[in-house]
Every structure is written in C-alpha cells, then in structure tokens.
Write a protein that binds this ligand. Structure first.
Ligand SMILES: [Fe+2]
Length: 207
C-alpha cells in the first residue's frame, strides 16, 4: 500500500541497486530489455512513494494546481533501460486503443482511479484501477486507458476534476518508449491496426 508517511528511497538509489542486480542477468532472446514486469512494478511503486513523499515537488505544476483540461505528464527518471513518468488524468480523454510497440510497461495508481479497456483477443475487457493498484503490460498488450468516471476524487463545476484532487499514476516503460501503434475494433470482433507513430510520450501524445 502507498503511504505518504513511508520512508521512500530515491529512484537514483534504486537504480544503483538495480544495476548491480542486473549486471549478470542475461537478456532474454525475445526481449530487448534486461528488466522484467516485476522490475517495472517495483519502479512504479517506488516512484509513487517518492511523489507522495514530496521528492518530485519541484517537477509538479506551478502552485500545486493540477491541470483540469488536459492530460499532463512529467518524466521522473530516464536511463538506457527505463523511463519513469508521472501522469495526471482528466475526464473524457482516453488514450485510444494502443500498444507500446517493443516496450514493456507498468503503472501504479497514486490517487483517483483509472479505467482500462484491454483487448483480450475477442473483446474489450474493462477493469478499474484504484489508488494503490498496479498493472503491468507485456509486449503485445493492447489497451485504452482513461480517468475512471464515478466517485473517485472531488469533481468541480462542469464535471471537471478539482485542481487539488487529481487522478495520478506513475508509469514505467522498458526499453524507454519510442513508438506506439493504434487500433480499432472491427465488426468481426477483431482489431485492426490503424496507425503507428514514433513517440516518447507516456500513453501517447498528451491531449
Ligand atoms: Fe498504454
């Protein structure tokens, strides 16, 4: 569980320990990274702890006012193995159905809740990820993610989230994200890839 009072270890220290642990780990022939889903889950958990502990306050929006109109993100750390991002989500802006090309991914929800619609091979399956929940995304994972509707956090006038009560999640991608593909569901219960784009933005270009 996340706790604002827990003792967090900065990501730089975690990185040093990770490098030592990975030094002798062979690269799986099918994967372009030494990291595994469990590593990414651990990194996003650590990133979430660090955000809650105030270690990234200097990277957060001016005056502590979270955007209410558009998704917002900031990179918490980056190296050859992995990028770690903090994302703030707003209502009615989904990522669209996408994959993360050749990168593994993972997330930890800090506050509020996310809705994820994952393509199972025959249908889109929805789940809600609340504060403290985690998820990992192996290569080939196709999903659409958005701020969950409903009673998660305060909502201001016109259904906008209160600037002081954001939906936040920490994401990790390994190797660092460089491309994504987008999909649509066809009339025959299949998905069709509609476009691919080069991007290093978490969960796609911000909008
Ligand atoms: Fe994604």
């Amino acid at each position: 569980m996340l706790s604002a009072n827990s003792t967090a270890t900065p990501l730089s220290s975690a990185r040093a320990r990770r490098d030592q642990r990975l030094a002798d780990r062979p690269i799986a022939s099918a994967l372009p990274t030494r990291l595994r889903s469990a590593d990414l889950l651990r990194l996003t958990d650590q990133g979430a702890e660090d955000v809650l502990a105030g270690k990234y306050d200097h990277l957060l929006p001016e005056g502590g006012t979270w955007p209410t109109e558009n998704r917002w993100a900031v990179r918490l750390s980056s190296d050859d193995d992995v990028d770690v991002w903090l994302i703030s989500w707003v209502p009615d802006q989904s990522t669209e159905l996408h994959d993360h090309a050749g990168s593994l991914g993972a997330l930890t929800v800090l506050s509020g809740a996310l809705s994820e619609f994952r393509w199972t091979g025959s249908e889109l399956r929805q789940r809600t990820l609340e504060a403290g929940d985690q998820a990992s995304f192996p290569i080939g994972w196709v999903h659409d993610v958005m701020r969950a509707p409903g009673p998660y956090g305060a909502v201001g006038p016109d259904s906008k989230p209160a600037p002081s009560d954001p939906t936040l999640s920490v994401h990790a991608y390994s190797p660092p994200l460089t491309a994504m593909s987008y999909y649509e569901v066809t009339d025959h219960n299949t998905i069709r890839r509609t476009r691919s784009q080069l991007t290093d933005q978490p969960e796609g270009d911000l909008k």
